[in-house]
Design a protein around this ligand. Structure first.
Ligand code: 6GU
Length: 228
């Protein structure tokens, strides 16, 4: 799967992209990520890509020209045009279902906003899939773009070591419960002991205990998931 990220702050992505899981996926050609600095499409001598809003008001608005032209050029540079995703607090809210939908794509273009947002004509012309990661405000779409990449790549076959591990994830299709508690050595840490059932080796009993723990935790913390 190929991701093209369009941002004014490409350096934000370097640390994230070099983390081992993603790096391995990139080395094995399962994932390809290109980060593009939108300033490259500025025709201004100071590489300006934003301007004051018509009608007045605080802040700056990202200009239509560099944004639309960068998307057009980047689309042309690949084999197939990608689905354009615009990260904005005004978008539909991201959840695992949306992630599963995005993971079906061959290519995604992730447009990261900054400042007070984009000129409306960016949306009118590109008709992107507008996505928000929740009801809170970030300084820009970069962290949200990393959230999208991070959760989408888990679903690409071969990216995770164990192929089944994403299937069991909370919120995945057919799985609407929180995960049961896990323990590893030591058995006793300052008097906090591992539940006896996990030490016995009775797999049926362990599975039953985990299902029950998972249900109880979901009922206590996220009863809304059980209603769905
Ligand atoms: Cl995608 N962008 C910004 N700037 N703020 C957000 C967001 C995105 N999702 C939630 N808040």
């Amino acid at each position: 799967m190929r991701f093209d990220v369009l941002t004014l702050f490409p350096d934000i992505f370097t640390g994230y992209l070099s983390q081992s899981l993603l790096n391995k996926a990139i080395d094995r050609d399962l994932v390809h990520v290109d980060v593009h600095d939108m300033r490259r499409w500025s025709t201004d001598k100071h590489q300006k890509v934003d301007d004051r809003p018509y009608g007045g008001g605080p802040g700056m608005v990202l200009c239509v020209k560099p944004v639309v032209e960068s998307v057009e050029d980047i689309q042309k540079a690949g084999n197939t045009p990608g689905r354009v995703v615009l990260l904005t607090p005004q978008g539909r809210q991201l959840n695992q279902k949306v992630i599963e939908e995005l993971a079906q794509e061959e290519r995604l273009l992730l447009l990261c906003g900054r400042y007070e947002g984009f000129d409306q004509r960016v949306t009118d012309i590109l008709q992107p899939d507008e996505i928000s990661i929740g009801d809170f405000v970030l300084n820009g779409g970069e962290v949200a773009a990393m959230v999208v990449i991070d959760s989408v790549i888990r679903l690409i076959p071969g990216v995770l070591g164990d192929e089944t591990s994403a299937v069991d994830d909370s919120f995945s299709e057919g799985n609407r419960h929180l995960e049961f508690a896990q323990y590893t050595r030591p058995r006793d840490f300052r008097g906090h002991v591992v539940p006896e059932v996990l030490l016995g080796g009775n797999h049926e009993e362990i599975a039953r205990w985990r299902r029950e723990q998972s249900y109880l935790k979901t009922r206590e913390r996220r009863a809304d998931l059980l209603d769905e």
